[in-house]
Ligand binder design. Structure first.
Ligand SMILES: Nc1ncnc2c1ncn2[C@@H]1O[C@H](COP(=O)(O)OP(=O)(O)O)[C@@H](O)[C@H]1O
Ligand SMILES: [Mg+2]
Length: 596
């Protein structure tokens, strides 16, 4: 049951060696709109970093001033020190404000961009990626980036200044010893670079597992009643624990590598400094350098060494951020198998035509879900789809909205093939009542308004009335404003369905798609809703999937489907006379109905 997280196993290594921290460049465009803030941040960073280098000097001056006894000079030094402190405080405050704000701003933009991308993806994409994983990427990965932008950036700049400043001072103190120190640098950089690469791969894996565990948790929590009804809590817990432990394991692997890097660096740096000191000591012995010079050199070397160590630590942080960025970039650049055309044609209301459509679902490539489907619905016509469960009825409705593209054949609307139009453009002409009504966590009113957000209150009430939903909505504690719970948990199945119907009625589109729209209704509401549909269907192109043949009888034409094929079509009377699958279904259905 526990799936491996996306692309943790595959491709990571290969990508790790090719891109590394360079992935972070993908973030640059998100900073572009905030150039003034970026510049301000850089200024603030530079001020605080340089002042933190000057601060020790200022302190030393003040102390030296004491010992000198020159009061005027002492006052001057004190004043100078206070000014330096003021600049430092100002710079730090500014830095904190600007850098953090910039980080939050950029992260908010990235989150919005990802959501905008994801909400437009076709269903095939989400068959591979769990929604909980997407959510984890949007929250935890962006948070990781935020922490890097927020804190590491200033730390990075500061240490870079310390390192280069320290190096200059070292060179000035003793070129010979500096040369020796520089020999150690490759010894430090070597492990940082090679192990760093591994670190990034592990970091990405870690984030992948975290995302997988979010996916698992959200899936179980969203179906908590079913989990409990089947007393599956312990199993669900174990499954979640499995994935969480995997996340922990990958975190441990990451931490281990990082500890190793730190260890190597400290040892190489320390023994290197000792070695240099040893050479220096020999020089002092032979009178080539003074003791003071050596001490000064060692102080600067220590500064350089510690800032190098800090930089390597930062490097690891950047590797982590790079892993997170890579995961976000994957979402941002996600390729959709279905795309809108560059120069779309404008849709117009017209016939719906399926021509020799063959279709298999992307994740089930060897089963034909639709097998050579051809039919036409003229404008204003009502066509019914009937057939056993799994025949492919809902698939036809999905394909008609271009949630998937068929492998062969084409679908046209108003004489234009679907891929030649923008999906949002022709979907505006369609109103759907899906098989499983989807209700959002808001009020009954907002749920109906979803069908056409610019509708008036009266229109919403009229739609609800037509859908036989007005009475029960009015009886809710706060009427139309009543909150219906996440996914409509506070409503019954039939109530949810009536809200979904009201939504489609409100949409007032020329094409009506009803996928077993009344399956959860009691006889009385169904009769009411049926009447509304009949009125609605009069001047509309209607495709209705129904298993109650009573609703189907009034259709202009009936398509009988079985195993992805249209096995018969005609009017109710003709099909009954033919005596095939339809006649069998009809016999069962009518004896059932007469039992009421
Ligand atoms: N997203 C999907 N991926 C793979 N197979 C699917 C998917 N959705 C439906 N199917 C399969 O396609 C067939 C037709 O399903 P569907 O159109 O929902 O049937 P129905 O006629 O009951 O509405 C079924 O065998 C179903 O298992
Ligand atoms: Mg169906």
């Amino acid at each position: 049951m526990a799936r491996t997280p996306n692309s943790a196993a595959d491709g990571t290594e290969e990508r790790a060696s090719s891109k590394q921290v360079g992935v972070l460049r993908a973030l640059v465009p998100y900073f572009a709109p905030y150039k003034p803030l970026v510049i301000l941040a850089l200024i603030a960073l530079t001020i605080t970093a340089s002042v933190s280098l000057v601060l020790p000097v200022a302190a030393r001056r003040v102390i030296d001033g004491f010992t000198m006894g020159d009061v005027a000079l002492l006052n001057q030094y004190f004043l100078g020190a206070i000014i330096v402190a003021a600049i430092f405080a100002l710079g730090t405050g500014l830095r904190y404000y600007v850098v953090t704000r910039l980080g939050e701003r950029v992260v908010a933009d990235i989150r919005k961009a990802i959501f905008a991308r994801m909400i437009g993806m076709s269903p095939a994409y989400f068959e591979k990626l769990m929604t909980g994983e997407v959510l984890s990427r949007i929250t935890t990965d962006t948070t990781l980036i935020l922490s890097v932008i927020g804190s590491s950036a200033s730390w990075l700049l500061r240490n870079m200044l310390m390192m280069s400043g320290g190096l200059v001072m070292m060179l000035w103190t003793s070129p010979k010893l500096t040369g020796l120190v520089l020999l150690i640098v490759p010894l430090i950089l070597g492990p940082i670079l090679t192990l760093g690469r591994k670190l990034r791969g592990l970091s990405r894996q870690n984030q992948d597992w975290i995302a997988a565990s979010s996916g698992k948790a959200s899936e179980s929590l969203l179906s908590v009643q079913t989990v409990q009804a089947f007393t599956h809590e312990a199993r669900s817990g174990a499954e979640f624990s499995d994935v969480t432990e995997k996340a922990f394991d990958s975190a441990r692997a990451r931490i281990k590598v990082r500890a190793l890097i730190t260890m190597i660096i400290i040892f190489v740096a320390f023994s290197g400094v000792m070695g240099v000191l040893w050479v220096g000591a020999i020089d002092v012995r032979s009178g080539l350098t003074s003791v003071g010079q050596l001490v000064q050199f060692v102080i600067y070397a220590t500064i350089v060494a510690s800032s190098t160590a800090a930089l390597s630590e930062l490097w690891s942080e950047l590797q982590r951020a790079a892993g997170a960025t890579e995961r976000l970039v994957e979402l941002l650049n996600a390729e959709d198998t279905i795309a809108d055309p560059k120069t779309p044609r404008r849709p117009s209301v017209g016939a719906v035509v399926f021509e020799n459509v063959n279709f298999t679902f992307p994740n089930r490539p060897d089963a034909l879900a639709l097998n050579n489907i051809s039919f036409t619905i003229q404008p204003g016509e009502t066509v019914a789809l009937v057939g056993p469960s799994g025949a492919g009825k809902s698939t036809i409705i999905q394909i008609l909205q271009r949630f998937f593209d068929p492998q062969e054949g084409q679908i046209t609307f108003g004489g234009i093939s679907l891929p030649e139009m923008e999906r949002s453009a022709f979907r505006k002409f369609m109103a759907l009542v899906p098989q499983d009504p989807v209700i959002f966590a808001s009020s009954a009113y907002d749920n109906i308004l979803f069908g056409r957000p610019d509708a008036s209150k009266d229109e919403v009430v009229a739609a609800a009335t037509a859908a036989a939903a007005h009475d029960f909505i009015s009886a809710l504690p706060e009427g139309y404003d009543s909150y219906v719970g996440e996914r409509g948990v506070m409503l019954s199945g039939g109530q949810k369905q009536r809200i979904a119907i009201a939504r489609a009625i409100l949409r007032d589109a020329p094409v009506l798609l009803l996928d077993e729209a009344t399956s959860a209704l009691d006889g009385e509401s169904e009769a009411l809703v049926q009447k509304a549909f009949e009125d609605l269907a009069k001047d509309r192109t209607t495709l209705v999937v129904a298993h109650r043949l009573a609703t189907v009888k009034k259709a202009d034409r009936i398509l009988v489907m079985d195993q992805g094929q249209i096995v018969a079509q005609g009017t109710h009377a003709a099909l009954v006379a033919e005596g095939g699958l339809y006649a069998r279904l009809a016999r069962l259905q009518f004896t059932e109905d007469s039992a009421f």
